[in-house]
Write a protein that binds this ligand. Structure first.
Ligand SMILES: Cc1cc2nc3c(=O)[nH]c(=O)nc-3n(C[C@H](O)[C@H](O)[C@H](O)COP(=O)(O)OP(=O)(O)OC[C@H]3O[C@@H](n4cnc5c(N)ncnc54)[C@H](O)[C@@H]3O)c2cc1C
Length: 259
């Protein structure tokens, strides 16, 4: 098999990889976006309960947890929620505001995925699925990848293969392995923006309330969120629990004020 050369190769055809591919394509670079899964953007399809909460008009750098807040400030200045909304509207996707600033598709998350794939096509970015990367090595002026569909080389390589959650949607620790291979420092990883599972005794006590949602004020580690909580068959979910989970560490207690 011959070696194929691109300006940019992006590994991972999720939300991040698709956005990156179309942006690089519009900058006039030759782009290949590869994914080992059989379909792109599987997590986009399940987002927002199938209707993708595609942006929040009120989001500011203060909503992002980072040791480098300046990065969020500069990134959000260059690409605002309105930029994404303009793109959605250019594609005629009907949307609605559910809670303050939260924009969802009226029909389906599929529309957001189709929009990103169409933009990739217009930008001339090639999407190649069922492609696994065996090795990556640094070469003069770029990278060489050995894949199940042959040898690829590129000047810029983007790792956009997501986090570890939901392996059935294609998630792997590949990004962390590559970061280690190239000697990058990796912060300890932990779950964030996730529901809580409860110990069996507490789960049993709360089982009759499964499906019930109510507004609460939840506190942990000097943070609090006053938003709805949902009791599920596994534990506690809903916006308040997803938000506070990013501040919770194993062993910490949560205080939930329902009054
Ligand atoms: C239930 C649920 C609901 C959500 N709802 C929303 C919402 O409404 N709004 C919102 O903004 N966010 C939502 N999110 C979060 C959002 O889905 C993710 O933040 C986003 O999809 C992450 O995109 P990503 O491109 O970084 O990673 P991913 O979507 O995980 O994409 C990574 C891609 O890389 C591929 N990959 C992995 N390893 C390899 C490898 N070794 N070789 C080749 N390819 C590889 C995977 O197959 C995958 O296609 C939700 C998440 C969940 C789980």
């Amino acid at each position: 098999m011959t070696t194929q050369n691109y300006d940019v190769i992006i590994i991972g055809a999720g939300a991040a990889g698709l956005m990156c591919a179309l942006t690089a394509g519009y900058r006039g670079r030759s782009v290949l976006l590869i994914d080992h899964a059989n379909k792109p953007g599987k997590k986009i399809l399940m987002s927002g309960g199938g209707r993708c909460n595609f942006t929040n008009l009120n989001s500011t750098p203060a909503n992002f947890l980072s040791d480098n807040p300046h990065y969020c400030i500069s990134a959000l200045k260059r690409y605002t929620p309105q930029h994404f909304l303009d793109l959605v509207e250019r594609h005629g996707i009907e949307h609605e505001e559910k809670a303050a600033g939260q924009l969802f598709c009226k029909e389906s998350s599929k529309e957001i995925l189709n929009m990103l794939l169409t933009e990739c096509e217009w930008a001339g970015a090639e999407v190649r699925l069922k492609t696994s990367v065996k090795t990556i090595s640094g070469v003069d002026h770029g990278y060489q990848l050995q894949t199940n569909s042959g040898t690829l080389t590129c000047e810029s390589l983007v790792i956009a293969c997501g986090g570890l959650s939901i392996p059935t949607m294609g998630a792997t620790g590949f990004g962390y392995d590559i970061a280690k291979q190239f000697g990058l420092a990796i912060l300890p990883i932990r779950a964030g923006l996730v529901p809580f599972t409860l110990h069996p005794e507490l789960k049993e006590q709360l089982a009759p309330l499964s499906g019930v949602s109510c507004p609460v004020d939840v506190h942990c580690n000097n943070e609090h969120f006053r938003e709805p909580m949902l009791v599920t068959h596994r534990g506690l979910s809903g916006p308040s629990m997803l938000q506070i989970s990013s501040f919770w560490h194993p062993g910490d207690s949560l205080s939930v004020n329902m009054l």
